[in-house]
Design a protein around this ligand. Structure first.
Ligand SMILES: Cc1cc2nc3c(=O)[nH]c(=O)nc-3n(C[C@H](O)[C@H](O)[C@H](O)COP(=O)(O)O)c2cc1C
Length: 381
């Protein structure tokens, strides 16, 4: 099989004598492709490998559960592992929930009864670090796949203290959910980025476990930030955090904390950035936001992601939903004689685009011209 890059929206794969063209913009679906290109032969094909690596951790699949209340219930965690999830990202521990008293004086061990199904819809639910750390240690004791803790702090001291504690409680890696959004007109982008880097640097100095930074898309030069994070010894970035959207949300939406939507725009923006970053960065790349099915995972990996995190779809469909998603990916690879998911990585990134800025500009103009023609054709009398 050979795969060659055309453009982030179009991928051409050669499998045997078949030439497969994926139009990622039109959103080709894997199941359709399987029907269209499966050769129908009864030949037994080897089972493709979904194994991959992220933050230096060996994973059995590239599908991760993103930080969410799913990890508050340890029975969900077992089901996620059984469904084939590669690693678990725990919900975030917030510094505001840190008690004044010594942490160890806190909280009985967490039980499933403490967090009945859908308990994430309860407002003002808080958690002590003691509880979080015990949950982390317990999850580590019941599953074999890597567990990535997640922190969201306000002060450098909080970041450092809690990072040390999650590392001591057995986290395989740590995701820093850094909530930094400039809202004050006097704050420069340089100041915001300095804060972000300083946080990364301090946590890097404090712990040895692999670190990923969950970035937001509101940075003025994302490539430069990624480059600088690499220099301070961060191991990976997660694209992108989605902050709670306060604007148009109704009260009910806020209570449900439904930050996500299946809109294609969520995914498209993240795929673009993966395609831009992956040709040159050595950091592990994870995508979060808009991953709802097997096609999304494959597109993310083609654009350069090492792993794809899924949250809303697992919350809505339940932890077992990971199993059919992974089965579809494996079936698709098998039908195309692709032995490993890793063969798909980067085939649709910008590595072979000679002048990315000019190419992106040209395609932007083409897209506008095509839309204008479509509009005229549809509305002409
Ligand atoms: C109910 C809910 C709770 C979440 N909790 C966290 C959290 O604790 N920490 C965090 O970094 N992200 C959290 N997120 C964000 C998700 O990890 C993810 O980045 C986001 O939902 C986009 O992915 P999706 O489109 O697959 O939902 C949460 C999302 C949802 C829907």
């Amino acid at each position: 099989m050979s795969i060659r890059h055309c453009h982030v929206d179009n991928v051409v794969c050669r499998v045997g004598n078949s030439r497969l063209v994926f139009n990622l913009v039109k959103g080709d679906h894997l199941d359709k492709k399987i029907t269209a290109y499966g050769n129908g032969s009864s030949e037994v094909k080897p089972v493709p490998s979904l194994c991959t690596e992220y933050l230096g951790l060996a994973l059995k699949s590239p599908l991760l559960v993103g930080a969410s209340p799913l990890t508050r219930d340890t029975s969900f965690v077992r089901r996620l592992e059984n469904a084939g999830i590669g690693a678990i990202v725990m919900h975030s521990l917030f510094e505001e929930d840190m008690p004044r008293e010594p942490i160890d004086a806190f909280a009985p061990p967490v039980t499933n009864e403490d967090f009945p199904e859908h308990s994430w819809t309860r407002p003002n639910q808080q958690e002590h670090p003691g509880t979080y750390l015990e949950t982390l240690a317990y999850i580590k004791s019941i599953i074999a796949i890597p567990v990535i803790a997640s922190l969201n702090c306000r002060t450098l001291e909080g970041w450092v203290q809690l990072a040390r504690r999650v590392a001591d409680h057995g986290a395989d890696a740590l995701e820093l959910n850094i909530f930094l959004m400039a809202m004050n007109p006097e704050q420069t982008s340089a100041e915001t980025e300095r804060q972000l880097l300083e946080t990364a640097r301090r946590v890097r100095d404090a712990v040895k476990i692999p670190l990923a930074i969950k970035l937001n898309p509101y940075l003025s030069s994302l490539p430069n930030m990624v480059y600088q994070l690499e220099r301070v010894g961060i191991n990976g970035v997660v694209l992108f955090n989605r902050f709670f959207q306060l604007g148009p949300a109704t009260t009910i939406e806020r209570e449900m904390f439904r930050t996500s939507s299946p809109h294609r725009a969520d995914l498209a923006m993240r795929l673009d950035w993966l395609a831009v970053l992956s040709p040159w960065t050595k950091l592990s790349l994870a995508i979060t936001g808009g991953i709802h099915g097997s096609t999304d995972v494959v597109r993310a990996i083609m654009a350069g992601a090492d792993v794809a995190q899924m949250t809303t779809s697992l919350l809505e469909n339940g932890p077992d939903y990971a199993q059919p998603v992974l089965a579809e990916i494996a079936m698709w690879l098998q039908n195309h004689n692709i032995g490993s998911i890793n063969e798909l990585r980067d085939v649709a990134n910008m590595a072979t685009v000679a002048e990315p800025q000019n190419t992106v500009r040209r395609e932007y103009r083409n897209a506008i011209a095509a839309a204008a023609m479509r509009f005229t054709a549809e509305h002409r009398y």
